[in-house]
Design a protein around this ligand. Structure first.
Ligand code: TXA
Ligand code: MG
Length: 340
């Protein structure tokens, strides 16, 4: 199949909407990462998402809508959900709610909840509106690879597998949406992302972070969010995440680096001088910038065929939690404590 990558102008969006209605796949920009969309009401179209990505069918998809009121036909909208939608939609917050029968089981992997999100990217909104259907869309990467934050990343992973990529430039947030489970008692973050725990708690009070966000699941432990079970965000090189104070982490990283050939460091802007003489990439000065840069950096290190990557850590609050969750998973939880 020929994959077209087109600037996301009105014409291209109209063609994308037509493809969605015909049951085909369209990759499109969102404010978080690029998504791979299909008509959520068309089982065969949704099935072809799993095929194009090599994604296991037990990993459910997020349903994207362009108007808040469209959530009503997909799921049972609670008062808390309404508060959060008013505060953070359109934007990088996905809500898990009890599903209605309208959504085919293949979208939710047979679960009785559905993940719903209204993206703020104007191209995403225009595509969904013009398509006239809810759009099931995972991140537009091959399963296991870092999520795509540019149309070129999508091309690297899905060229020949999908008909159209809408190019809307680099994604702004850079990590995926926050997935918040509203189906149980206390609201619980299953995946930290573009809206922080602090922002959510500011609107609805007590909000937990699922313990699996920062640790590996045991082989027989049930996953609240099936995505937690799968290896994720992984570069081809081996990544080690180093925690600890600025100086202790730098000393540990320098020692680990010296024992390897073909290594690279990912460090904060302010710490770059601590790695003089080493190959190092700049993750940025704060957590939001690190989130924006992270997946592009992991792909860049793949392109350079770097074998060993040593990453500094961030405080696990605000956007730092999302960045640390992605880094810990990219490292397959190879985390070194460098001391205070
Ligand atoms: O920012 C984003 O959320 C992007 C853009 C394209 O919107 N999408 C995205 O989708 O990251 P995906 O499929 O890569 O990640 C969705 C996550 C997975 O970890 C999945 O397991 C979880 O959400 N999820 C989806 N539906 C669920 C459900 N009903 N119950 C529990 N977890 C669910
Ligand atoms: Mg994904």
């Amino acid at each position: 199949m020929l994959t077209q990558c087109r600037a996301a102008d009105d014409d291209a969006i109209r063609d994308g909407a037509r493809l969605l209605r015909e049951g085909a796949l369209v990759a499109f920009p969102t404010e978080t990462v690029y998504g791979l969309g299909a008509n959520a009401l068309n089982r065969n179209a949704v099935l072809s998402i799993f095929k194009a990505k090599d994604r296991p069918c037990d990993n459910p998809l997020i349903v994207h809508i362009a108007r808040q009121e469209d959530a009503e036909e997909l799921c049972h909208v609670t008062d808390r959900a309404t508060l959060l939608m008013r505060a953070f939609w359109p934007g990088p917050l996905t809500l898990l709610l009890k599903k209605k029968p309208y959504i085919p089981d293949i979208v939710t992997a047979g679960l009785d909840s559905v993940a719903v999100r209204m993206p703020s990217h104007p191209v995403a909104a225009a595509l969904i509106l013009a398509g006239g259907v809810p759009v099931a869309a995972p991140s537009a990467n091959r399963s296991g690879r870092p999520s795509p934050t540019t149309a070129q990343h999508v091309m690297q992973d899905l060229n020949g597998r999908i008909p159209l990529i809408l190019d809307g430039g680099p994604s702004n947030v850079g990590v995926e949406s926050t997935v918040l489970d509203l189906t149980a008692g206390v609201p619980r973050i299953l995946r930290p992302g573009g809206i922080t725990r602090e922002q959510i708690a500011g609107m609805i009070g007590n909000t937990e972070v699922d313990s699996a966000v920062m640790r590996p699941l045991d082989p027989d432990e049930p996953a609240l969010s099936p995505g937690m079970r799968h290896r994720h965000y992984a570069p081809r090189g081996h990544l080690t995440l180093v925690k600890g104070s600025r100086e202790a982490a730098a000393a540990t990283i320098r020692a680990l680096y010296a024992a390897q050939t073909n290594a690279c460091v990912i460090a904060h802007t302010d710490n770059l001088p601590l790695y003089n003489g080493l190959r190092v990439v700049d993750m940025g000065r704060d957590a939001s910038t690190a989130a924006h840069n992270l997946f592009a950096i992991l792909r860049q290190l793949d392109d350079l065929a770097v074998a060993h990557i040593f990453a500094e850590s961030l405080p696990e609050d605000g956007m730092g939690l999302a960045v640390m969750n992605r880094l810990a998973r990219a490292a397959a939880f190879d985390i070194v404590e460098a001391g205070p």
